[in-house]
Design a protein around this ligand. Sequence first.
Ligand code: ATP
Length: 325
Amino acid sequence: NQKIAILCSGGDVSGMNPALKRFVEYAYARNLQPYFVRNGYEGLIDNHIVPADYHDVAGIITRGGTKIGSARSLRFKEASYRAVAAENLRSHGIDRLIVLGGDGSFRGMERFYHETGIAFCGIPSTIDNDINGTDYCLGVDTALGVIKDAIDQIRDTASSFHRAFVIETMGRDCGYLTLISAITSGAELCLIPELPVDIDDFKGCFQSQIAKGRDYFIAVVSEALDSKKVAEWFEKELGFESRVSVLGHIQRGGNPSVYDRLMAFKFVTYAIDALLEGKNHSIICYNKSHFNFKTIDEVALHPYRLDEELLNLAREQFLPTRCQM
Ligand code: ATP
């Protein structure tokens, strides 16, 4: 049997376990012997590479995180360690690899491929949704669900008190999680790096809303911005007692959503198909409801930009000039 391995690299996401399950099942269906590499590139270097079977993935579809571990590896940035990693894979007879990770992980794989000829397919996996070239990254939908639940619950208490709640969401420099969460939770204020605003420009509008009976506010703010300052602004400028909720790592966990289970299934299926068809160094991307394959150069050489249609919706809803008096 030909052999194929899978690893998770960088931040974990909900959806990795469903991907591992599909990987084992579909590898066997395609007459491949599946292997797990534990703890990302660290496991490649340390030869933590083990055959996988159905028992290993039984029951994991409901769990967040990744059963085989993920890691960041400084050593993998050095060619000498990448040579060790390749030797380890070859010692098991493995020459195909699926990598669940972010663009850093793919950049590493591209080097690895050119140095060693070991074929790979990358599956974009990060809740930040900040990988250029794909509309969707595995884990985003589950993270959005977690944020939605959190904001809904904060709204319950906010509506019982005369308060402003400032909710800080993840995404690094990318406002995707923040924007989608603000739209879908009916927030009054959404602050993301892609849409710079002067918060003072909301003052008149919010004062008018308060005069008409508004007695609480929900603001959703990207982690790249200063949520504490926003809370202080509500206190100082509007006289609203305010609270900051930093959602933090709860956004990375949780039972994988239906959509992430389905996307994991599709990503892995098409990634294995692609490797068997001879696509040797590609990233599987998802654009406008279609899967396609890109090289890391296409993916990583341009910065990620928030979809223009989404940005227009954000401008429509969340610019101070659009604030409903
Ligand atoms: P996340 O979005 O969750 O941060 P990521 O894949 O972008 O995921 P990184 O920490 O950037 O996370 O990269 C993961 C690993 O990929 C690194 O720890 C390193 O081992 C490897 N890597 C990143 N960049 C390179 C590179 N230029 N050359 C070789 N290896 C790299």
